[in-house]
Design a protein around this ligand. Structure first.
Ligand code: NAD
Ligand code: UGA
Length: 439
């Protein structure tokens, strides 16, 4: 089977690499010529563990190809996946212009039965729009070519994307015909053999499933952050409360880590987009509005603590930051809490010295010369008036506290991810602040 993946970003590249890994002939398409040239030379545009090796291996085996020529790719494929971006529009709803453009391209170039599968995260009703766009192009060409559309939302997490794709908790597919169902069943067989379920449903339910899943996860995070803030006020310890509640299997132990708010390219935009979908149908999603509000204020919580520590005056103070990406194992800074914190620190007149294992280049696009970039985590601490930990990279977990104490001007640590032991740090002489614990 030949397949094409249109849009070679996080989702497209991982999807293309993983399908080629199981022996399928895959062509990845993108409009970005530079990206495609780089990929052909083995230069991968994102940091994702394991991806570079997998792409190189399958390119060398001759079953993974990169091109900007959508026409050739569509013509030679049985199945086309759309995995282009769906960024938020001005009003928060998902901007579908890239998805619809690709659908039109499919209609312009298909010459035989083709199954067009939307993998991008798209609001309910988008598959119908994709179908209409394809049909319009076929009508313009005055040809009658059979095709199907399907919805196959992606649930991978950045930083663990390959594992998530190869061993998914589930694969969700919305279809309108048995032909489409059979094709996708065959395509996904290598990933479902070991008991990973593939769940078929109608297209609208599949589209809704994606938003419901992300919104549920975002809700868990905002819930625990809200409780953490109350713990701090009443003198409870959120780390203990978290353990206390997560031992109940009905609650579960995942996505209940307090922190500085969820970031990334998905939760913020998807929660917003689902709220907008509700509004389109005159239905108010009250829980999600609260989830969004809690998250927005949570992104400032560490800045507020630093500000309070310095009695509301950060002018001329130097703040060291460990971690800039929105989570570990990625260089992605889209909607990262670090962006908000750095902007606030700069506006308050503070100097920022930052280190991240892989996101420094990305950070330079955002802040240019406004902050100091350090190549080493300890270098950030030189003459700094406090340290703030923004991303829980493994290498920050057991640092040399004695060296840290010596390097910092003022031994104050603001731990946005609760990775340190309060009593250990206090014993060494640090002032220590974290989330949801009255320190
Ligand atoms: P991305 O921005 O990393 O990549 C999108 C790519 O599409 C870019 O390389 C862009 O150049 C390309 N593109 C745009 N228009 C095109 C066109 N007309 N033809 C060909 N290529 C085109 O985006 P992403 O993070 O991979 O996300 C893609 C979709 O998947 C979004 O809807 C997102 O919500 C969803 N999603 C993302 C993740 C994730 O972890 N990043 C996980 C699940 C779902
Ligand atoms: C998320 C989902 O987990 C994926 O299933 C989904 O496919 C993806 O969005 C998407 O639709 O794009 P991702 O954004 O890569 O994946 O990262 P997550 O691991 O979910 O983390 C998102 C944010 O939540 C991060 O900022 C993280 O620090 C924060 N988080 C996560 C917490 O604050 N607490 C937690 O307990 C878990």
């Amino acid at each position: 089977m030949n397949i094409t993946i249109i849009g070679s970003g996080y989702v497209g590249l991982v999807t293309g690499a993983c399908f080629s890994e199981v022996g399928i002939n895959v062509t990845c398409v993108d409009v970005d010529q530079q990206k495609i040239d780089n990929l052909r030379n083995g230069i991968i545009p994102i940091y994702e563990p394991g991806l570079e090796k997998m792409i190189t291996r399958n390119m060398n085996k001759g079953r993974l190809h990169f091109t900007t020529k959508i026409s050739d790719a569509v013509r030679s494929s049985d199945v086309v996946f759309i995995s282009v971006g769906t960024p938020p529009d001005e009003d928060g709803s998902a901007d579908l212009k890239y998805v619809i453009q690709v659908a039109r391209d499919c209609g312009k170039h298909m010459n035989d039965y083709t199954l067009v599968v939307t993998k991008s995260t798209v609001p309910v009703g988008t598959s119908l729009k994709v179908k209409n766009a394809i049909k319009e192009e076929l009508d313009k060409r005055k040809v009658n070519i059979d095709f199907d559309v399907a919805s196959n939302p992606e649930f991978l997490k950045e930083g663990a994307a390959i594992d998530d794709f190869l061993k998914p908790d589930r694969i969700v597919v919305g279809v309108e015909s048995t032909r489409a169902e059979e094709l996708l069943n065959t395509l996904y067989k290598p990933f479902t053999l070991n008991g990973h379920p593939i769940i078929f449903m109608d297209v609208i339910s599949a589209e809704m499933t994606k938003y419901a899943a992300n919104s549920m996860l975002a809700t868990k995070i905002s819930f625990i952050n809200d409780i953490a803030n109350l713990c701090e006020i009443v003198g409870a310890d959120i780390n203990k409360v978290r353990k206390g509640i997560t031992s109940d299997t009905r609650i579960g132990n995942k996505f209940l880590y307090p922190g500085i708010g969820y970031g990334g390219s998905c939760f913020p935009k998807d929660v917003q987009a689902l709220i907008r979908t509700g509004e389109e149908y005159q239905y108010e999603l009250k829980v999600l509005k609260a989830v969004e509000a809690v998250n927005n204020s949570q992104k400032s919580i560490l800045f507020n603590k630093i500000m309070k520590y310095y009695d509301g005056d950060l002018k001329g103070k130097t703040v060291a930051l460990w971690g800039l990406s929105f989570k570990p194992q990625t260089d992605d800074m889209r909607e990262a809490p670090s962006l908000e914190i750095i902007r606030k620190l700069l506006a308050a007149g503070a100097n920022v010295r930052a280190y991240d294992p892989v996101a420094l280049n990305e950070a330079k696009h955002h802040f240019g010369n406004a902050i100091t970039y350090c190549e080493d985590q300890y270098e950030t601490l030189i003459n700094a008036d406090c340290l703030a930990v923004l991303t829980e990279w493994s290498e920050f977990r057991i640092p040399n506290f004695k060296i840290m104490h010596k390097l910092l001007n003022v031994p104050a640590v603001f731990d946005g991810r609760n990775i340190y032991d309060k009593s250990e740090l206090k014993k060494i002489g640090f002032d220590y602040f974290c989330i949801g614990v009255n320190t």
